[in-house]
Ligand binder design. Structure first.
Ligand SMILES: Cc1cc2nc3c(=O)[nH]c(=O)nc-3n(C[C@H](O)[C@H](O)[C@H](O)COP(=O)(O)OP(=O)(O)OC[C@H]3O[C@@H](n4cnc5c(N)ncnc54)[C@H](O)[C@@H]3O)c2cc1C
Length: 516
């Protein structure tokens, strides 16, 4: 009995000593980290490191610096990017830009106003404009198109004009991690030296080819197709205030004015039918197969770039659902975090909306050193962004699918139904354009219009009378619409999209700013 007591007391004494030592050690470690953080602050170190000064990194740097944070942005190439992406800012994106105080970044870059879209199919054409009387949208209902590189430079200049932003040229190699918490990055600076930067919060914003996201989650991007394009120089569209969308075969063609003298010409292709650019086969394909389908009033401009030997580029169109990393002290944003088909030209809009949400959630935190609190903010951010981002992502999937020509009658009926619906005028056109323009990117509106398009297409298939073959195609069309959307909605998370836990409270508190 006495022996048992001795053993018990010994075990208890051990347990107690271990607990005291563990707690003291943790406290010491926490104090050391807090001291190190305080030391870094005294040294003028940063509160936030941002990897990449593209659209997202630059806009975020500006927003956080405006809130008093010291921001260190590391960008691998400070020259003006020459890219074929991010050239069309929807009205919703312009509104977000204005909410961030960055609206003037679209001034002085020869950006062109766009009031809607001219759509062409089988010799017919119609104009679908952004609604001007949308009471839910408190901003000018027009888009802007521009050279992406000029816009990015303008954002970089604006961010680096703030004293608390340090924009440095360097290539980030890896994230520094300590027990599941990201402490900063290692990078190669302009002089070629390997060095490190530490901060309580690291934001990975290194774009669609992100290397760093791989160390944070196992999210994989899916390549859907390729966007091929070139610029026709020294010309002006007859109707430069509309983006011109031609529903051609095998897929759609787009033309839009990106400066007072330059027109972007682009089309979508799939890997199974991809002529070589280097061997000149792509230019031949565009001239022989696509140009005859371009309406005569646009054809000259479409051919101009090809005839003048414009540089043809191809960029993969990717889709990637957003996934949270379980690491602390880090957040991934922009294309490194979430991508959708570019047919809806909305990547920058979603990104700017994300920045606005994140910034507002971080505002109450006086310092970002508490990794647990920041982690909570990031989780809220993830659910608050859902309704808007998932709406745009789903729209991207649906819209890109109906733009692909097919010999399948059911698919073709869907395509025709979409054209008819979008171009019918009245509330259908304004509803769809409000969705596409990011003026009303709400899940319920999306579901309503997608169901309406499906029913409209079925009605088209069944008319003038419902023969057995037409009924069969209608059932297939319904199946196709379901197959197209259900897996996508599942991946986005239907409940988070429709009933996000924190979004209602958030929206209520920021109603004045009308964040969607
Ligand atoms: C074909 C195509 C067309 C599109 N068209 C539109 C459109 O019209 N409208 C629209 O709203 N969206 C469009 N998008 C989407 C849009 O372009 C993106 O959503 C947006 O540019 C993403 O911004 P970002 O800041 O995440 O990435 P980016 O703007 O690509 O910036 C990433 C930055 O990180 C830097 N970087 C990368 N790696 C490192 C590293 N290791 N160290 C340091 N720096 C690094 C890069 O140099 C770059 O400057 C399109 C996309 C595609 C593919």
């Amino acid at each position: 009995m006495a022996f048992t007591h001795v053993c018990l007391w010994t075990v208890l004494a051990f347990a107690l000593t271990w607990t005291v030592l563990y707690v003291t050690n943790r406290k010491k470690k926490a104090t050391e980290l807090a001291d190190a953080a305080a030391e870094e602050r005294r040294d003028g170190a940063s509160d936030v490191i941002i990897v990449g000064a593209g659209v997202g990194g630059s806009a975020l740097a500006y927003a956080l610096a405006k809130d008093g944070r010291r921001v260190h942005v590391i960008e691998r190439d400070m020259r003006e990017p020459e890219r074929m992406m991010g050239e069309f800012m929807q009205p919703g994106g312009r509104f977000m830009l204005s909410q961030l105080g960055l609206q003037d970044c679209l001034d002085g870059i020869d950006a062109q106003k766009a009031t809607g879209m001219a759509v062409y199919k089988d010799g017919k054409e119609a104009v679908a404009s952004f609604p001007v009387d949308n009471n839910n949208f408190p901003y000018d209902p027009s888009a802007r198109s521009f050279h992406n590189g000029r816009f990015v430079q303008s954002l970089r200049q604006k961010a680096s004009s703030l004293p608390s932003v340090r924009l440095e040229e360097g290539t980030v190699k890896s994230l520094i991690e300590e027990k599941g918490v990201i402490k900063g990055v290692t990078y190669k600076n302009k002089a070629g030296e390997e060095t490190t930067a530490l901060a309580p919060l690291t934001v990975v914003c290194d774009g669609c080819y992100s290397n760093l996201r791989r160390s944070l989650n196992d999210n994989n991007a899916e390549v859907l197709s390729y966007q091929v394009g070139y610029i026709s120089k020294n010309c002006r569209l007859d109707d430069p205030e509309n983006l011109h969308l031609i529903m051609s075969k095998p897929s759609s063609i787009m033309l839009y004015q990106i400066s007072s003298t330059d027109v972007r010409c682009g089309f979508e292709l799939f890997p199974d039918n991809f002529p070589s650019i280097a061997k000149g086969e792509m230019a031949t394909f565009a001239k022989n197969t696509l140009a005859p389908q371009v309406p005569p009033k646009l054809r000259k401009i479409f051919l101009k770039g090809l005839d003048e030997g414009a540089h043809i580029k191809a960029v993969p169109a990717k889709r990637m659902t957003a996934t949270l990393s379980n690491k602390k002290g880090v957040i991934v944003l922009g294309d490194a975090f979430n991508m959708r088909h570019p047919s809806v030209a909305a990547g920058m809009m979603v990104l700017l909306s994300d920045i606005l949400i994140l910034r507002r959630l971080l505002q109450p935190l006086s310092n970002l050193g508490d990794a647990n609190k920041v982690s909570e903010v990031i989780k809220s951010f993830y659910s608050i962004r859902k309704p808007m981002s998932a709406t745009v992502n789903t729209l991207g999937t649906a819209f890109s699918q109906v733009l692909i020509a097919s010999t399948d009658e059911a698919k073709e009926a869907m395509r025709q139904g979409c054209y008819d619906y979008l171009c019918s005028g009245g509330f259908r056109t304004s509803g769809m354009m409000a969705l596409l323009g990011g003026m009303n990117p709400r899940p319920i509106s999306l579901i309503y219009h997608l169901c309406a398009i499906t029913l409209h297409s079925i009605g088209h298939l069944l008319s003038p009378f419902p023969s057995p073959i037409r009924i069969w195609h209608s059932l297939r069309l319904f199946g196709l619409a379901t197959k197209m959307l259900v897996p996508h909605l599942k991946a986005e998370g239907v409940s988070q999209m429709l009933f996000p836990a924190n979004a209602a409270a958030y929206r209520k508190s920021y109603m004045a700013a009308s964040v969607f």
